[in-house]
Design a binder for this molecule. Structure first.
Ligand code: ZN
Length: 148
């Protein structure tokens, strides 16, 4: 826990939030912004800035809570889809530096999360293979090994 993190304070229940689910490792609560009703945030109780700091146990608990919350959101607020998202850093518009996943109901053509501002390139297979090789090299490095 950090002294200044609003999500740590919510997890400690020293700041108000509309909590829908909590267990030993995770907490889920209503986002203050409800573009579509049912927008929920899911966080690990333990402070960590983003998914890169996640250990396997917390990750499993977090994904389990995300799946449960997504089932509840889509049942309680009938919708034609849902988006799950997690932003890392300023360039991705991460607003609170405590790992959180958004669970957001979606409607057709609602304009949320437009992924590509322009048509993306479609590289040749050789370029994709080069990207894959670069990533495999990092996956095998000590810094990116799976955290038990
Ligand atoms: Zn925190």
């Amino acid at each position: 826990m950090t002294d200044t993190c609003i999500f740590c304070a919510i997890a400690a229940r020293t700041q108000p939030a509309s909590v829908i689910l909590e267990d030993d490792h995770t907490l889920a609560f209503m986002d203050l912004r409800q573009f579509h009703p049912g927008h929920v945030l899911v966080i690990p109780r333990r402070h960590m800035p983003d998914v890169r700091a996640l250990d396997a146990g917390t990750g499993a608990a977090l994904m389990s809570t995300i799946a449960r919350v997504t089932q509840a959101v889509t049942a309680a607020f009938p919708c034609q889809g849902a988006s799950l998202w997690h932003s890392i850093g300023e360039a991705a518009d991460q607003e609170v530096p405590h790992l959180h996943f958004h669970v957001h109901p979606r409607a057709p053509n609602d304009g949320l999360l437009r992924i590509y501002p322009a048509p993306p390139s479609l590289p040749a297979r050789t370029d994709l293979e080069a990207h894959a090789a670069r990533l495999r090299e990092h996956l095998n490095s000590a810094a990116v090994r799976h955290r038990p």
